[in-house]
Design a protein around this ligand. Structure first.
Ligand SMILES: [Zn+2]
Length: 132
């Protein structure tokens, strides 16, 4: 440990802006403040690492091919003749169960949605604060 225990208030002040650190959305002065804190605080460093991991995952999802599972078109055409809501939902469920790729895509969509909502919420909160 490089320094004495940092205060919870200092950590809260850092964590408030941490989502913007690797996205180059902070002033260089603020980024320097955060990086200085992260050098001494393992707890905040752990949170920063998780944000970096999430950004990396989101970037990698860009490269996942979104190829529909084999037989999906035939199932959809068959179901078009009998478009009950329950049957349509079951068809999508069967298609997802026969190929792992839709699960990956669905998980990716979920991760993008969660991460996007988090970043949007952070930006909205940040824009309400007066400039430091
Ligand atoms: Zn901290």
């Amino acid at each position: 440990m490089k320094s004495a225990k940092l205060s919870a208030a200092a950590c809260a002040f850092v964590l408030a802006d941490l989502p913007g650190l690797d996205g180059h959305e902070l002033s260089s002065r603020r980024a320097f403040e955060l990086r200085s804190h992260l050098a001494d605080c393992a707890d905040c460093g752990e949170v920063a690492a998780s944000y970096r991991g999430m950004r990396r995952t989101l970037a990698e999802l860009h490269d996942v091919p979104a190829t529909p599972p084999a037989g999906l078109l035939d199932q959809l055409l068959d179901n078009a003749a009998n478009p009950g809501l329950a049957e349509r939902a079951a068809s999508v469920g069967r298609a997802a169960a026969t190929d792992s790729r839709p699960k990956v895509v669905a998980a990716g969509i979920g991760a993008v949605a969660a991460g996007g909502i988090g970043l949007l919420a952070w930006r909205a909160l940040r824009s309400r604060r007066p400039a430091a």
